[in-house]
Design a protein around this ligand. Sequence first.
Ligand SMILES: [Zn+2]
Length: 151
Amino acid sequence: MAELTAGQNMTVAEAVGDGVFDEDCSEMVVVKDIEFYSLCEHHMLPFYGRVHVAYIPNGRIIGLSKVPRIVDVFARRLQVQERMTSQIAEAIREVLNPKGVGVVADAVHLCMMMRGISKQNSSTMTSCLLGGFRSDPRTRAEFLGLVRNFG
Ligand SMILES: [Zn+2]
């Protein structure tokens, strides 16, 4: 249980370390299919799946291996998927001040599979779009298209 909730004792700054670099790049960066395992805070049962994270740099980029570390900060704790999705997006925004951030999470919830309505094949998708991902329909469509096609 300590390992499953280790994210509670981690900060985003610790996860990122010195993994932020000045870079004059303005194209969308997408890190797809980041596996995560979390615990539903209502039922104390796992939910798990994949997260896709994208941002448009604004003079700085983040080391690609740091993105899954940020995901783990917010996944490895008692959580709800909707909040986890927006916390990841806000963390990327705070670290990079990018032109936009998009996060999509796709997960199955054991609390839906093992109890209650007992649905085995449903998955839950949540998204958080900030900056250009929210305001520019082309950016949003590009991101969601990439996630859909390859996710
Ligand atoms: Zn639950």
